[in-house]
Design a protein. Structure first.
Length: 185
């Protein structure tokens, strides 16, 4: 996916994939929010509206999110291409936050369709962060902290998607049984 996306779509996808931010939080990011090795989440941007400081989905959403060095470098490269180096990280020509639905329509979908890569939506990156961290052995409470959920049950129920080893083994047996019956053996 990253290999076929043009800028700023590539960097926006990297932010989604390596932070688990909500689409509105990505839109609301300003350069001042990038501080050292974290992004300080303090606003959301929906439609053409940008909330004031502290206006996030929930109180626990207004919290810092770690930034891995790879993402930090990508953001620094992206910043060099920006005319306004102190405004929104993803800024439209009007100086307002870039509308990610337009970015998807104009840049992401055409590039991914051409490369035959599926798009599962912005929120899939958020679930992906939770699921991958879980698969790597990260405790649920830490994943909750990264995703900034008020309740760990939300993280466990909706953001950690797993296939148990028993499920995988059962599906392989099903596949073998199907193959056997299809060939008549």
């Amino acid at each position: 996916m990253l290999g076929v996306l043009p800028e700023p779509a590539r960097t926006a996808v990297l932010v989604a994939a390596f932070t688990g931010l909500r689409r509105s939080e990505i839109r609301g990011l300003r350069w001042e929010d990038l501080a050292g090795d974290e992004l300080r989440i303090s606003r959301s941007a929906w439609g053409t509206w940008v909330s004031d400081e502290g206006e996030t989905k929930t109180d626990s959403s207004a919290a810092p999110v770690p930034v891995v060095p790879f993402l930090r470098k990508a953001l620094e490269r992206h910043r060099k291409t920006q005319h306004n180096k102190s405004g929104f990280i993803f800024e439209g020509r009007t100086g307002r936050p870039l509308v990610l639905a337009n970015l998807l329509r104009r840049d992401i979908r055409p590039a991914l369709d051409k490369a035959k890569v599926q798009w599962h939506g912005w929120h899939a990156f958020r679930r992906g962060v939770g699921s991958i961290l879980y698969a790597l052995g990260t405790p649920d409470k830490v994943i909750q902290n990264v995703l900034r959920h008020a309740n760990v049950a939300t993280t466990q129920t909706y953001y950690i998607k797993t296939a148990s080893p028993a499920s995988v083994k059962a599906m392989r047996k099903l596949e073998k049984a199907f193959a056997k019956s299809a060939t008549g053996r």
